[in-house]
Ligand binder design. Structure first.
Ligand SMILES: [Zn+2]
Length: 406
């Protein structure tokens, strides 16, 4: 779907004429003297460039060159050049369609190169695309409850009919199918909002209601919910000037293994998530971290901030010093847990300068090494892991995984 990535990828695919130029004269010259439909098909063949990630449902993208993406996110608008007439336009697929199929009143001029024959061939291509799209639609497989009742009709008891039990089991089957076909994790069924949504729908007469669309979910409703959450957090924010804020930052990775840098504002009334920055492909130099920290401090209001807390890694420490230099009243504080962790590691390390301490604490190193060895022994082999999982309820053993990324 997302092949509107710019002119470079579109023009990278095989094209017999320089990309971006209007319809080559050779195509029309060669076809001089031939019939209208043949000329039209020559013109279309010469102008058609299959984009790298071609969408069979939207064949008209093949007749325009994508120049740049101007919309935000996955959808959005693009600037494109018609390969037939060379005109540059702006918009989404509906504009491409309006231009090539000469549909008026769509904010775009019809293509001067599209003759009646070209138009009819483009319409044919669109019709073929519709067939493909319909073929790719999920087939209407009957629900298990429907299938079971189709074979033999049995008498419906009064209780069953008063509780509408057939309709209930149909709804169950529909919900189940949504989970299975979309790969939704089963624990979503425990989500209170999922349950609330269905209960709300059932307890209110909403004839003809259809759930929010893909676009409504990612735009209007998302903005609405974000604004609402921000409004709910206002009472907490109002305590910032009085009580002072600690900005706490740490690195971790999310479920898709993206390295994230997160920032929280902590007061005695509780922590509040501020933002997470995707640091993919960035080197976490002190200047980079300091820049992100300063942006957060400016958001919160420098006079509300008392201190920034990070772990004790050299780059974070240096970033903390940059912040301290910039704001004389803000302190950098190393995370106590991380500091203790480092201290313990240092005491137990064989290369520790103090021989006495090592003598005293080396048993910790040995125990830790044994534990790590056993963990790897089990986790790295599927049979051992399955035995472990079978008996884990009886041996009550948990391993913790550090999520630190710095
Ligand atoms: Zn055109």
């Amino acid at each position: 779907m997302d092949y509107r990535t710019g002119s470079s990828s579109a023009s990278a695919s095989a094209s017999s004429h320089p990309s971006g130029s209007p319809a080559p004269n050779s195509a029309t010259d060669l076809s001089r003297g031939t019939s209208g439909p043949a000329r039209a098909s020559n013109l279309l063949n010469a102008c058609r460039v299959i984009p790298p990630n071609d969408n069979e449902n939207k064949p008209l993208w093949r007749y325009v060159e994508l120049m740049e993406k101007t919309g935000k996110g996955q959808g959005g608008n693009v600037r494109f050049r018609c390969r037939l007439c060379g005109n540059i336009m702006h918009g989404s697929y509906s504009r491409v369609k309006a231009h090539l199929l000469k549909v008026g009143s769509n904010g775009v001029a019809p293509c001067p190169k599209v003759t009646i024959d070209v138009l009819s061939q483009l319409h044919d291509e669109m019709a073929r695309a519709v067939v493909v799209a319909e073929r790719n639609l999920p087939k209407d497989i009957p629900l298990p409850a429907e299938g079971a009742s189709r074979g033999k009709r049995r008498a419906v008891s009064a209780i069953e009919s008063s509780f509408n039990s057939d309709t209930r089991s149909n709804l169950d089957a529909l919900i189940a199918r949504m989970f299975y076909t979309a790969g939704i994790p089963f624990n979503v069924a425990r989500n209170p909002y999922f349950r609330k949504a269905f209960m709300f729908a059932c307890n209110n007469a909403l004839g003809g209601y259809s759930p929010p669309s893909y676009n409504k979910l990612r735009t209007t409703l998302l903005v609405q919910e974000k604004t609402h959450v921000e409004r709910l957090l206002n009472p907490l924010k109002s305590t910032w000037p009085v009580k002072g804020v600690s900005i706490v930052s740490d690195g971790w990775s999310d479920a898709q293994r993206r390295p994230l840098l997160n920032f929280l504002a902590v007061t005695e009334d509780g922590p509040m998530f501020l933002r997470a920055i995707n640091t993919e492909g960035e080197i976490k130099r002190k200047e980079y971290i300091a820049e992100k920290m300063i942006a957060v401090i400016e958001d919160v209001g420098p006079k509300n901030v008392v201190q920034v807390i990070t772990d004790n890694a050299a780059n974070c420490r240096a970033a903390g010093l940059i912040v301290e230099q910039r704001y004389s009243h803000i302190f950098w504080t190393p995370c106590v847990v991380h500091t203790l962790n480092l201290a313990l590691k240092n005491i137990c390390a064989a290369k520790s300068s103090s021989g006495d301490a090592y003598e005293e604490f080396q048993w910790i190193t040995e125990v830790a090494a044994d534990a790590s060895f056993i963990k790897n022994f089990i986790m790295n082999h599927s049979m051992r892991l399955s035995m472990f999982n079978e008996f884990r309820k009886t041996i009550k053993f948990k391993h913790s995984k550090s999520k630190r990324r710095f």
